[in-house]
Design a protein around this ligand. Structure first.
Ligand SMILES: O=P(O)(O)OC[C@H]1O[C@](O)(CO)[C@@H](O)[C@@H]1O
Ligand SMILES: [Fe+2]
Length: 159
């Protein structure tokens, strides 16, 4: 996750102290072929780097026009989304709520609570993951804590 957060100094300090687990996912390994559905469980742990909440790296799908469904099992947070054209959207995760990620949108799960954010996800198994754009540009928006509340602000590092 180096370079993914806005506050690089806070990230380096945190890493010096402890290499904490930010997120993990468990997938059943359905073959990545047309017609199949990939599915699994994602867990984003609670925490912050500077004032930015723990989150997944985020990705586009290699088959860009791939949608994905996430169902929140526990915890709270957000799904941050953006299209290549720069349209941004954010949906809240609360237990029992499903979030639809439309095709063409990069997506990142963010834990703004004090418990693990647990979601179930499903998408076409041959869609692939494209991390390149997010690794080099980041998302246009970030979710950070201000006055003890999560706020969505422009990403100062976005390029
Ligand atoms: O791929 P990222 O952005 O690291 O996020 C991981 C999550 O996204 C998925 O790739 C599903 O889109 C899962 O495998 C996992 O839960
Ligand atoms: Fe995805």
């Amino acid at each position: 996750m180096k370079g993914m957060y806005n506050d690089d100094q806070a990230f380096d300090l945190m890493l010096k102290d402890r290499d904490s687990l930010v997120y993990e996912f468990h997938e059943l390994g359905v073959p990545e072929k047309p017609g199949n559905l990939a599915f699994g469980t994602s867990i984003v742990y609670p925490g912050k780097v500077g004032n930015e909440y723990y989150m997944t790296k985020g990705h586009f799908h290699t088959i860009l026009d791939t949608s994905e469904v996430y169902y929140c099992i526990g915890g709270k947070g957000y799904m941050l989304m953006e299209s290549p054209e720069g349209d941004c959207d954010i949906q809240e995760f609360t237990p029992g709520k499903a979030v639809y990620v439309p095709g063409r949108y990069a997506h990142r799960s963010i834990n703004t609570g004090n418990e693990p954010l647990i979601t179930f996800y499903v998408f076409r198994a041959d869609a692939g993951h494209d991390y390149g754009t997010i690794e080099s540009n980041g998302f246009r928006k970030i979710v950070a804590e201000q006055d003890e509340k999560p706020v969505v602000v422009n990403n100062p590092k976005w390029q």
